[in-house]
Every structure is written in C-alpha cells, then in structure tokens.
Design a protein around this ligand. Structure first.
Ligand code: TIU
Length: 221
C-alpha cells in the first residue's frame, strides 16, 4: 500500500490498482496559436506544470506503472462537435479553423497532439475524447475495468475544466482520485486555487489533492 499525505486526509492506493491519467497536455492548449490562446488565454499559465509532470511521470514509469493520456478533439467533419461547443462565445478562432499547427482541436493535426515533453511511450493508452470529461463517449471505462484500476492519479489541463469534469465523472463511477496540484494548471490563477480547494472541501467531496513531490512509490509496511 502506498500512502500520501494529501488534503483533506491521507490518500492510500495499491500500485497494482493505480494509473496516472494525464489530461489534454496538447499543443493546442499549451502552445501559442492554438485553441487556448484563441479563447483569449495566456498559455504561459499552463506551462509551469510541464517540468513537475515530466519528473513524476518518469518516476511512475520507472516503477512500471501505467500512464493513460487523453486528448480533447474532434473528427475532421466536426460531426462529434455539438453546435453549442462550436459556436459558444466569441473566440478569435473556432474549433476546426486552420492555424500554423493545423486545424484547431482536430484529430490527426499537429496542434491536437501531446506536447513533445510529455509524449506517450510505447504501450501507453491514448484516449481521444470529444468532451471535457474523459469518460464521455470514450473507451476509458472499459480500459480501467480491464486492467483492474481503482485509483487514479490525475494531472493535466485545465484544472477547472477537463481535470474537474474527469475527476467528477470518475468519482461518480467509484474511482478514488488524487489530483496532483503541481501537475494541473489553469489559465486563471484564481481558478487554480479554488478549483483545487473545491475537490478537497467537504471532506474530499470528489477527491484528494497533493503535490506530486509528496508521493513516494516505495511500499510502506
Ligand atoms: N478552456 C479550458 O479551460 N479548457 C478546455 O477547453 N479544455 C480542457 O480543459 N482540456
């Protein structure tokens, strides 16, 4: 059993029942010229998560533990993108529009893929999702079921959107989620702080929160 000093209380998990899920660390969210920036966001706010997440992922992989990556995006004909998502707001560019990184949030395009620093390695699952949550319209539930996963360590972007939605979905399905505070990011510092507080409040209403540096993968007696 691994135990982690977390908020609001100790988080415990068995290595053979745990996976690290890395949400949407895609160029379109983290690099200039993509979807994130088109919505008026400062992409620099997300980039502080890259180094701690790369370090934690290396430790996790070295222990032989599974990593699951997700990517938010749509089919080239946008048939899986509801008009409500496509038309909302007044972005400078919309999903599907061309950029120097390819069409925004379209599967197969350069910008839709995961940033170089956190690329999946051979054998790791990559779950493509059309929504904010990683369970909606994806194979994630079957994948976790097949591998007997019960605990999820959660990293990625953005804290209050796709990370929150996925953790809420996971919690409702009976998974225990530890959100890695230093490995999740928001475009808004206030949402980062409050987003993490919301998870751990009310006795951990839908999860636990700790920095990745609080985790030791050595078995405790
Ligand atoms: N806009 C924003 O904060 N997030 C998203 O649109 N998607 C994810 O969080 N991945």
């Amino acid at each position: 059993m691994i135990t982690v000093d977390a908020l609001p209380s100790t988080f415990s998990f068995r290595k053979e029942e745990a996976a690290l899920i890395v949400i949407d660390m895609q160029r379109d969210f983290l690099e200039p010229g993509g979807f994130g920036e088109s919505l008026g966001n400062d992409v620099a706010q997300l980039r502080r998560t890259i180094a701690p997440l790369a370090a934690f992922m290396a430790t996790w992989r070295a222990a032989g533990l599974p990593v699951i990556h997700t990517r938010e995006g749509h089919l080239p004909d946008l048939s899986d993108c509801p008009p409500a998502k496509l038309l909302r707001g007044a972005p400078s560019m919309r999903i599907g529009d061309p950029t120097r990184n390819g069409r925004i949030l379209i599967r197969g395009e350069y910008g839709h893929d995961i940033i170089d620093e956190l690329q999946p390695i051979e054998g790791e699952a990559v779950v493509d999702k059309p929504g904010k949550g990683a369970f909606y319209a994806t194979e994630l539930a079957e994948l976790l079921e097949k591998d007997g996963i019960k605990s999820l360590l959660v990293a990625g972007v953005t804290t209050e959107v796709c990370v929150h939605t996925t953790v809420r979905e996971a919690n409702d399905r009976g998974y225990e989620c530890l959100v890695l505070a230093d490995c999740v990011g928001s475009y808004f510092p206030e949402f980062q702080r409050v987003g993490l507080e919301m998870i751990a409040a009310q006795g951990g209403i839908f999860g636990w929160v700790a920095d990745s540096t609080a985790i030791s993968l050595k078995e405790q007696p």
